[in-house]
Design a protein around this ligand. Structure first.
Ligand code: B12
Ligand SMILES: C[S@@+](CC[C@H](N)C(=O)[O-])C[C@H]1O[C@@H](n2cnc3c(N)ncnc32)[C@H](O)[C@@H]1O
Ligand code: SF4
Length: 568
């Protein structure tokens, strides 16, 4: 397991495995669908699946494929000589997938299938590039496809697949959503058939298993339909295909956690290298019966603290559920506030939560000593000066410490909010194009202050940025935003200069984040001048350890989030 070689092994047909499938995950090692499809295909006789994880970036960075990485990809494809190549594609990665598609065509005779969120929403566009497009869940469809290809039989009538034959396209109906999620294999880690291409290098080492979080997806489908989120498209799309929100059994989740811990042992990572479970369910534990069972089983069987997401709604977070969360070991709860305007949240975003409920729920959670991380969305054209002031007002009422993800609104193609904003003239089709999306979902995913002294909406948003990053005292923020005197106006300008300066230095993409050695050098000089060599050694050891472990997750502090303990 995990041998390091500089080139993939060629698969020879006489190994008795006739159909070679290569799956491609883009830009993130933690890819759930691919890690589930790989072991599913491994179960089929006569099918040899491999996965190429092509590049890995943390949120808010973009790193286009280099010539060397493209060459490594081409060589891997040529060596594996696949019959079928499956790309998993999110909208921002469409152009990259198109580039790699061409490399596959130039280096093999493989059929190409695209699956994932983007092909599910935009099959028409994707079938121009791929030979086959998977709309919706891929497990059943790709198993059927691989079996038929292996047997050399016709595959153009498989449910969930669009199949192109020259200029004609067969659009098959959707199949039932997988109701029993326990029937799926666990996402596979440190698999011998995984290849990683990143930073101009090729290797077999699965860095996802080194992450300190143990990532678990306990459910599929969210019961809500916020207009900026994919569920507002997929929930109606699958309305006739069975229950949309499905949850795995507690026992099955516990088994997966134990499996991941066994992999940690097998690859000889320190036993405690995974010290938290990260549930990426969109609304964790929304069923009270399930949550009660979880509370009675998880602490005994696993006992690791866990992080999870929910919605600040009284049906989901109340006295009963909070006790169950706390007793089962919750360490951090993440939920979206998105805006301080009930109008925008309820009417424009179609999110059923209110400021009053958010404040109460936040206090109830904080009283129990659980960390809270909020999501907020900036750059929303529906915001006015008034609604932004409402956001400031809401933030100032939340219990400390504050911990935030401050996103910029992303215009995903065909989401209801995108369509509405185009109709209302706030954005153009161009703003919602894939070309714009790649830029906004990478470098501009997090809000970074910029200086636009003539636009008061931006000035207030910059104050919001200062509040969530803990760079302003509350009374100064309050004075600059809510007071109408000349002094308060000057104060607002001052805060804006401060926000821009801090943004460029300490914020996302700021000098301190980009060139960490500068900050580290300054700390080292300060410690040496104080004569604190003990601390210097401790910090140096920490930096070296971190470099070696190279963990970093989207959820770890710092990628696009602010955290502070400042008191008013
Ligand atoms: C968990 C999650 C993450 C995790 C794990 C991501 C992963 N790749 O597994 C993390 C935190 C890493 C993440 C990161 C990002 N995410 Co995310 N994420 C989600 C979330 C909440 C669930 C996704 C999920 O695992 N679903 C369950 C799996 C099993 O379903 P699935 O991914 O749709 O895959 C099924 C089918 O699509 C199909 N399929 C998928 N791939 C393939 C391939 C083949 C060959 C076939 C046949 C079928 C197939 O079969 C799968 C199984 O049935 C969704 C919201 C959602 N409801 O989808 C957002 C979502 C997918 N994320 C989104 C975004 C934008 C991102 C980021 C770009 C954010 C950023 N700026 O960094 C990154 C990109 C990371 C990357 N390169 O993969 C958007 C994508 C929007 C879009 N239109 O493309 C979503 C939809 C949220 C939203 N705002 O609408 N994300
Ligand atoms: C999975 S959700 C968070 C948890 C929970 N489901 C909720 O809605 O409160 C992830 C977060 O990503 C952000 N997000 C989702 N779609 C976005 C978009 N189109 N533009 C900007 N941010 C977005 C939102 O802030 C959202 O809260
Ligand atoms: S609650 Fe969260 S995951 Fe569900 S639709 Fe709204 S933003 Fe998306």
């Amino acid at each position: 397991m995990m041998t390091k070689t500089d080139k993939p092994q060629k698969v020879s047909p006489n190994e008795g495995r006739s159909l070679v499938v290569v799956l491609v995950a883009l830009y993130r090692h933690q890819n759930f669908p691919i890690r589930i499809i790989q072991p599913l295909l491994e179960r089929i006789d006569g099918v040899a699946p491999y996965t190429i994880f092509f590049k890995h970036v943390d949120a808010n960075t973009f790193d286009p494929p280099s010539e060397i990485e493209k060459e490594l990809f081409a060589k891997t494809i040529a060596d594996l000589n696949p019959d079928l190549v499956g790309f998993s594609v999110m909208s921002p990665h469409t152009l990259i997938a198109k580039g790699l598609n061409k490399i596959v065509r130039d280096n093999s005779a493989a059929q190409i299938i695209w699956g994932g969120v983007h092909p599910t929403i935009n099959p028409e566009e994707c079938i121009e590039e791929a030979d086959i497009v998977c709309v919706g869940e891929g497990e059943g469809a790709i198993v059927d496809l691989a079996e038929r290809m292996r047997d050399g039989t016709n595959f153009d009538d498989i449910e969930n697949l669009w199949v192109r034959n020259g200029t004609s396209i067969t659009k098959n109906p959707l199949r039932e959503l997988i109701q029993d999620l326990d029937s799926l294999p666990f996402p596979s880690y440190a698999n011998d058939s995984y290849y990683f291409i990143n930073d101009d290098k090729f290797d077999h080492i699965d860095h996802a298993i080194e992450d300190r979080h143990l990532w678990i997806q306990g459910s599929r489908g969210c019961p809500f339909v916020c207009t900026y989120c994919v569920n507002s498209v997929t929930q109606p799309l699958f309305k006739d295909n069975g229950k949309y929100r499905r949850v795995r059994s507690v026992g099955n989740i516990v088994e997966e956690i134990k499996y991941q811990l066994r992999v940690v042992e097998q690859v000889k990572l320190p036993k405690n290298s995974k010290n938290t479970v990260l549930f990426i369910d969109e609304v964790f534990g929304n069923d009270k019966e399930w949550l009660s069972e979880f509370e009675s089983v998880y602490p005994k069987e696993v006992g690791l603290p866990y992080l999870m997401e929910t919605l600040p709604h009284p049906n989901l977070v109340n006295e009963t559920t909070l006790n169950l969360f706390v007793n089962s070991g919750v360490e951090e709860i993440n939920f979206g506030i998105q805006t301080g305007s009930d109008y925008i949240r309820n009417k424009i975003m179609r999110r059923p939560t209110k400021n009053k409920e958010i404040i109460k729920i936040a206090n109830d959670i904080a009283e129990r000593g659980v960390t809270l991380r909020y999501d907020l969305i900036a750059d929303n054209p529906y915001d006015t000066e008034e609604t932004l002031k409402e956001t400031v007002e809401l933030l100032l009422q939340l219990p400390l410490p504050l911990s935030f993800n401050l996103f910029r609104l992303q215009w995903f193609p065909d989401y209801p909010l995108t369509k509405l904003a185009i109709k209302d003239g706030y954005i153009t089709e161009e703003d919602a194009s894939i070309e714009s999306l790649i830029k906004t979902t990478t470098n501009d995913w997090a809000y970074v202050p910029n200086l636009m002294l003539t636009d008061k909406k931006i000035r207030i948003t910059n104050v919001i940025w200062l509040i969530v990053w803990g760079h302003t005292k509350y009374d100064i923020a309050r004075f600059s935003v809510f007071n109408d005197s000349i002094g308060s106006k000057l104060c607002l300008y001052y805060l804006n200069l401060k926000a821009v300066l801090y943004g460029k230095v300490v914020g996302v993409g700021g000098i301190r984040k980009r060139y960490r050695f500068i900050a580290r050098g300054m700390t080292a000089i300060a410690l040496i001048s104080k004569g604190d060599f003990g601390e210097l050694m401790r910090q140096a050891a920490w930096v070296i350890k971190k470099k070696i472990r190279r963990s970093g997750t989207q959820y770890s502090q710092g990628a696009y989030s602010g955290y502070h303990k400042m008191t008013d």
